[in-house]
Design a binder for this molecule. Structure first.
Ligand code: ADP
Length: 391
């Protein structure tokens, strides 16, 4: 009676004797009813557990039953939780989908925000990579729509460039002035030394040696001053290149003849059988090629020959200066065009100032050309100067 009172469609109860026979059960647990198989379940514990029976989910629990301290068997309760379970599964699934969508949305929004915040820094980075020492004063940092902190960084960066530009200009001016001021007295000293050496019939051997050393060092210093002055002028834009269309073939013949005379070396010249015209300043080009030939002479064995090739293809012409000398290590090839850079001092027993190639590069680029090097250690080097051409 009690079981019948408390039972409903969703709440079923039964009592099982110790021998497994049913002592009492809800009506809906009758032999042909849908919940009939519930009473066959075994191992139902006193803590609630969920079981699927047919297409329904049941919350089950059981406990020993005593009446007047006489054990009768076990009492079991089953509650139909199918609707709740379906609802909760639906809820979990919806929360799962909503979480994935929310995480994807937040990730995308964060990525867009970070990208937008980093864009001005990327602009600043690209811009700073393009700044060259010669164009410091023209630099305007392009930052649009940047956050306040980045905009402040950009304006500080711009102010720093202005200060650097001024310092750079002062330094250039100083080098130019010092070179100019020192060149004149040094030329006078050199003149006196040369004339004393020429006329000094009563000089002792030691005095002559000392005067000769002084004269050659003075010459070297005058050359250094001249190189510095040329560089400072070219870099400040005060050097004017007389750019004309030049026939290169006779110019190269002339330069090679001169170089053969002063170096006493074998210098081969290979020219194409047609006239090549390039746009350059004849005097500066002469200086460039003499510097390259001078290096080829300095950094190769006196027995080795040097060769110059003139090549012309399409809209470009190239002059190559090749030697079979000591070569330049790969890691130093990008640095040899820097001012005062001299590759591996130990190998540089030859006199030099480290300015020759920076003059070459500054002049060639000032004339609208380019210079490159190919070199193999111990095998030799080839310097190539390229200009626009009309064949
Ligand atoms: P300098 O010859 O006065 O040292 P340069 O600017 O002309 O200065 O050359 C820079 C450096 O490049 C040299 O010190 C030398 O180490 C290297 N170099 C230049 N030309 C050659 C060459 N033809 N062969 C080997 N090394 C060279």
């Amino acid at each position: 009676m009690a079981i019948d009172d408390f039972s409903s469609d969703e709440l079923l109860m039964w009592v099982k004797r110790r021998d497994g026979s049913i002592a009492a059960r809800s009506l809906l647990l009758g032999p042909n009813s849908p919940g009939a198989s519930l009473v066959l379940l075994s191992g139902i514990s006193s803590s609630a557990q969920v079981e699927r029976v047919g297409d329904r989910y049941w919350l089950l629990c059981g406990a020993p039953l005593q009446v007047n301290q006489t054990p009768i068997g076990s009492f079991y309760v089953a509650k139909d939780i199918t609707d709740n379970r379906v609802m909760s599964l639906l809820l979990i699934r919806s929360i799962g989908v909503a979480s994935v969508v929310a995480i994807a949305g937040i990730t995308a929004a964060t990525a867009i925000y970070i990208r937008r915040a980093l864009q001005p820094l990327q602009q600043l980075c690209d811009f700073s990579a393009q700044i060259s020492a010669d164009r410091l004063d023209e630099c305007r940092v392009p930052i649009e729509g940047a956050p306040t902190e980045v905009a402040k960084l950009a304006s500080n960066f711009e102010e720093m460039l202005v200060r650097l530009s001024q310092a750079w200009e002062h330094q250039r001016q100083l080098v130019s002035n010092v070179s100019h001021e020192l060149r004149t007295p040094l030329t006078i000293v050199s003149g006196y030394l040369q004339s004393t050496l020429r006329r000094g019939d009563n000089l002792t051997e030691m005095q002559r040696d000392a005067l000769q050393t002084a004269a050659s060092e003075t010459e070297r210093t005058i050359q250094l001053m001249q190189d510095l002055l040329d560089l400072a002028r070219a870099e400040s834009g005060r050097m004017h290149f007389q750019l004309d269309w030049l026939p290169v073939n006779p110019l190269l013949e002339d330069i090679v003849a001169m170089a053969r005379k002063y170096s006493g070396r074998q210098i081969h010249l290979q020219l194409p059988n047609h006239e090549v015209m390039i746009r350059a300043d004849a005097n500066r080009l002469r200086q460039v090629l003499l510097n390259l030939i001078d290096n080829a002479v300095k950094y190769s064995d006196p027995k080795e020959s040097i060769s110059l090739h003139l090549l012309s293809q399409g809209s470009l012409s190239a002059i190559e200066v090749c030697d079979r000398g000591i070569g330049i290590p790969l890691q130093q090839q990008t640095r040899i065009f820097e001012r005062f850079y001299r590759a591996d001092e130990a190998r540089n027993r030859q006199g030099g100032t480290g300015l020759g190639l920076s003059i070459v590069k500054t002049f060639v680029e000032g004339m609208g050309g380019s210079v490159a090097v190919r070199s193999q250690l111990g095998k030799g080097s080839t310097f190539t100067v390229t200009f626009a051409t009309i064949a």
